[in-house]
Design a protein around this ligand. Structure first.
Ligand SMILES: [Zn+2]
Length: 688
C-alpha cells in the first residue's frame, strides 16, 4: 500500500499539468517515512520518542483526555488546537522512525478524527472550529500520503463542501484572526485534494481561501497594509508570522503574482524592516509574543521555530529556492536543539541568544512579561509558557527530516544535508558525511530505477568554493545558492561527494554586537552551569501545581558557574582580510584563520573531533571555534539585570573603550549544543 502512495506523490508533480490554472510546483514533498534519519540525527527523534512526545498523552490532560479522542465535551483547550498539534507531530515522528508503537498511537487519532465526521460533513469536537480543524486536515493528509488510506479523500471532500456552505454565515474570519493568519495551512491540503481528484471545484475553493487569508505579502514587505485590515495585531504575532510564510508561495500557484514569489525573501532580507527591527543571527525573529526588538535577551517562541520549518518545506516544494533550504538548516541545526532540553524531557517556550541563566523567575517579556504565568518560560521542563509549544514542537525534527529530500523533474533533490536515507520509486540513497559540523557530504545510491534521471544537489549560498564529484570524478562548476543538476543513468554503488568549505564569519547586530558563525552553524560561549530541579511550580496559565520535582519530567533551573562577560578582541584591521580557512577533516586538526568584519579582524582557531552520538548535549560539541577575548564589566556586561533577574544585561555599545585585560582564547561551540550561552558579544579594537 505504501509503495502505491510513494508513486502517486511523485506523479503529483506531473498531474498538476492537467489544469493550467494551478502553476506547477518545482518539487514534490515525499510522504512521511520516505526519509529516515540516521546516526546523531536519529538520536534527536529518538529522544522525543522516549521523552515528551512518547509520553505526552500521560503528561498533559488536554492531549490525553482531548475531546478530539473522547468526545466528552470538556471544551476549551480540550477541543481546540492542542490535541491535533500533538497528533500531527506524533504521526510524522512515528513514520520517520518507522516505529510500530507510535504508528498505532497515531492511528488512534486519525481514526477518531475520521470517525467524528457528521452527515453534514463537519468533524471534530466543534462544528465551526476552522483553525483547529486545519491542523487535523494536515495530519489526515499526511496519513493518506504515507498509507494510501482511501477514507481520506471522501472525508476531505465532504468537509470542504460543508465549509463552503457555512462560509455564507461564518467565513474564516468568523472563527478568529488566528484562522485568517493560518489559512495557508488549509490551502496546502486543498491543493493536495485537487491534485488527487482533478476536480475544478477544489481549485475554486482554494481561491476562496486565498481571498480569506491574511495579506502576508504586503506585511513581509512593509508591515502596514494601506486600505487593508485595521487589526494588524495578529500578523505581528511571532507564530502567525512564521506560519504565514507558506501562504504567498501557495497563492502564487493561483495568481502568478511576482510580489508573492518574493514575499519570503522580503521577510528575511537583511535590509528589510523585519530583520532590521527584530532579526537574529539564527535567521529567526524575536517575538514574545508580538515581534519585538533585537535585544540579545529577547526570545523567539518554540512554536515559531517549528512552524518556520514547516513553512520552509511548503515554500521549497513550490519554488525550490536553495536559500530557503539554507534557512531550513540554520533553524533546524541551531534554534531547534537550543530550545529543547538535551534529554528530550523538556522544552523552553522562548529561545534567547544570550541566556546565561534559566531561572524560575519573572522574565518581563514584552507581551506576557508581568504575568506570573511567564515564570519558567526559559527553564527546560514539560511546562513552559502557554501550552501551545509543548503541543506543537513535536513536528519540528520529523518535518525537517521529511524535507531533506524532495522529488523533482523525474528525479530526486537533496535539499538539506545530514545523516539520513531516502527510499522512493526513483532510488534509494544513503546520505552521510560530517556536515553540518564539517564540510563533507556523501550521497551513496543504494538502488536506482533504470534510465537517465536528474539528481539535484544544493550548493549553500554561503559556500563559494564547493566541489562536487561523482565516483571521484569532478562534476564541474558549482554556483553558490543554487541546486546543481546532475543527469545520469544512476546505478547502485554510485557515489556523489560534496565538499562545502566553511568560513568563520562575523555578523553585526544591535549595539554593534557581533555573532560568530561557520557554514550553517552559529557559535556561542557555553556558560559553565549547574542544574537545580524545581520542587514545586504552577503550570503556566492553568490552576494546576506540580509538586515533588515533577517525577521523571522535572522543571530545571540552570545556574551559571563561572563568568561569561567576554568581549571579543578584534584586530586593528584597515582593509578587510579574506577569510582563508581550509577544511581537511579528521580528528583534532587545527587551522588558523583571520576573521574580518568591516576592517576589524579576529584570529580564530577551529578544532574538530569525531561526531559523538549526540552532538547537541552540552560538552559534546564536535567542532569549536576559539577566538581572542578579554573579560570586562563595561556597561554592566556580565551581570543579570537588577529588576528582571531572569535575564541578563544586553551587550553594551561596541566598540567599547580599549580594555587592558588579559587576552585569552575563548572556545565557542555550536549554539545548538548549549543550554546556557552567550551568542551576541560586545567587542573592542585590540591595539596589541
Ligand atoms: Zn507556542
Amino acid at each position: 500500500m505504501k509503495k502505491t502512495m510513494l508513486a502517486s506523490a511523485v506523479l503529483a508533480v506531473g498531474a498538476i499539468s492537467f489544469a493550467a490554472e494551478l502553476r506547477p510546483a518545482s518539487q514534490a514533498r515525499l510522504p512521511i517515512g520516505a526519509v529516515r534519519p540516521e546516526g546523531w540525527l536519529r538520536v534527536q527523534l529518538e529522544k522525543q520518542r522516549d521523552g515528551i512526545t512518547g509520553h505526552a498523552e500521560e503528561l498533559y490532560d488536554d492531549i490525553g483526555k482531548s475531546d478530539w479522542l473522547t468526545n466528552a465535551g470538556r471544551g476549551g483547550q480540550y477541543s481546540w488546537e492542542r490535541g491535533p498539534y500533538y497528533a500531527k507531530g506524533l504521526l510524522s515522528l512515528a513514520f520517520a522512525l518507522n516505529d510500530a508503537t507510535l504508528k498505532e498511537k497515531a492511528k488512534k487519532w486519525v481514526d477518531a478524527i475520521l470517525a467524528s465526521q457528521q452527515p453534514d460533513g463537519s468533524f471534530g469536537p466543534k462544528k465551526r472550529n476552522w483553525w483547529a480543524n486545519m491542523i487535523a486536515l494536515w495530519l489526515v493528509r499526511d496519513w493518506a500520503e504515507a498509507t494510501g488510506d482511501s477514507r481520506v479523500v471522501p472525508f476531505l471532500e465532504k468537509y470542504f463542501t460543508f465549509q463552503k456552505a457555512e462560509f455564507a454565515d461564518c467565513p474564516i474570519s468568523g472563527d478568529s484572526m488566528w484562522a485568517v493568519a493560518r489559512t495557508g495551512d488549509e490551502m496546502d491540503v486543498v491543493f493536495w485534494l485537487y491534485e488527487q481528484t482533478g476536480k475544478e471545484e477544489w481549485l475554486d475553493f482554494a481561491r476562496t481561501l486565498s481571498k480569506e487569508s491574511a495579506d502576508w505579502t504586503t506585511y513581509y514587505r512593509r508591515g502596514g497594509d494601506p486600505g487593508g485590515s485595521k487589526s494588524n495585531g495578529y500578523r505581528c504575532h511571532i507564530v502567525n508570522f512564521m506560519q504565514g510564510l507558506k501562504t504567498p508561495a501557495l497563492q502564487w500557484r493561483l495568481d502568478g503574482d511576482p510580489a508573492k514569489r518574493t514575499a519570503y525573501r522580503a521577510a528575511f532580507d537583511p535590509e528589510g524592516w523585519v530583520m532590521r527591527m527584530c532579526g537574529r543571527p539564527d535567521r529567526m525573529v524575536n517575538g514574545s509574543e508580538p515581534l519585538i526588538d533585537r535585544s540579545a535577551t529577547g526570545g523567539t517562541e518554540l512554536c515559531a521555530i517549528a512552524e518556520r520549518i514547516l513553512s520552509c518545506q511548503t515554500h521549497l516544494t513550490v519554488f525550490a529556492d536553495a536559500d530557503v533550504a539554507d534557512d531550513l538548516e540554520v533553524v533546524a541545526y541551531n534554534s531547534l536543539p537550543a530550545t529543547l532540553a538535551p534529554d528530550g524531557k523538556g522544552i523552553r517556550y522562548y529561545c534567547l541568544l544570550n541566556q546565561p541563566a534559566c531561572l524560575d523567575q519573572l522574565l518581563l517579556f514584552a507581551n506576557n512579561g508581568d504575568r506570573t504565568e511567564n515564570v519558567g518560560a526559559i527553564c527546560p521542563g514539560p511546562h513552559a509558557g502557554f501550552g501551545c509549544c509543548r503541543s506543537n514542537f513535536h513536528l519540528a525534527w520529523p518535518k525537517f527530516v521529511q524535507s531533506m529530500w524532495m522529488a523533482r523533474d523525474g528525479g530526486l533533490a537533496a535539499v538539506a544535508y545530514g545523516p539520513c536515507n531516502v527510499s522512493t520509486p526513483t532510488a534509494d540513497v544513503v546520505q552521510g558525511g560530517d556536515y553540518p559540523f564539517g564540510p563533507n557530504v556523501r550521497l551513496k545510491v543504494a538502488k536506482a530505477k533504470g534510465g537517465e534521471w536528474p539528481l539535484f544537489v544544493r550548493i549553500p549560498g554561503w559556500c563559494k568554493s564547493a566541489k562536487v564529484s561523482v565516483n571521484g570524478i569532478d562534476a564541474g562548476t558549482s554556483v553558490a545558492g543554487t541546486f546543481k543538476r546532475i543527469d545520469r543513468e544512476w546505478k547502485a554503488g554510485d557515489e556523489v561527494t560534496l565538499v562545502l568549505p566553511m568560513e568563520t564569519r562575523l555578523s553585526r547586530w544591535e549595539m554593534n554586537a557581533v555573532a560568530v558563525s561557520r557554514g550553517p552553524l552559529l557559535f556561542s560561549f557555553e556558560v559553565p552551569m549547574e542544574e537545580r530541579t524545581v520542587k514545586r511550580y504552577k503550570v503556566p496559565y492553568e490552576k494546576v501545581w506540580i509538586d515533588n520535582f515533577g517525577g521523571d519530567f522535572p522543571r530545571k533551573e540552570l545556574l551559571p558557574k563561572g563568568p561569561w562577560n567576554y568581549v571579543l578582541a578584534l584586530g586593528k584591521g584597515g582593509t578587510a582580510e579574506k577569510n582563508g580557512m581550509t577544511e581537511k577533516g579528521g580528528a583534532t586538526e587545527k587551522y588558523g584563520t583571520k576573521l574580518s568584519a568591516s576592517g576589524e579582524k579576529i584570529d580564530a582557531v577551529v578544532s574538530k573531533v569525531a561526531i559523538p552520538a549526540d552532538p547537541f548535549v552540552p560538552g559534546n560539541a564536535p567542532v569549536t571555534v576559539s577566538v581572542p577575548a578579554v573579560k570586562s564589566d563595561f556597561g554592566g556586561w556580565g551581570y543579570m539585570r537588577e529588576i528582571t533577574t531572569g535575564r541578563a544585561v544586553d551587550p553594551p555599545p561596541s566598540p567599547i573603550p580599549d580594555e587592558d585585560g588579559v587576552v585569552e582564547m575563548v572556545k565557542l561551540v555550536p549554539f545548538g549544543s548549549t543550554q546556557l550561552r552567550i551568542t551576541l558579544f560586545p567587542w573592542f579594537s585590540n591595539p596589541r
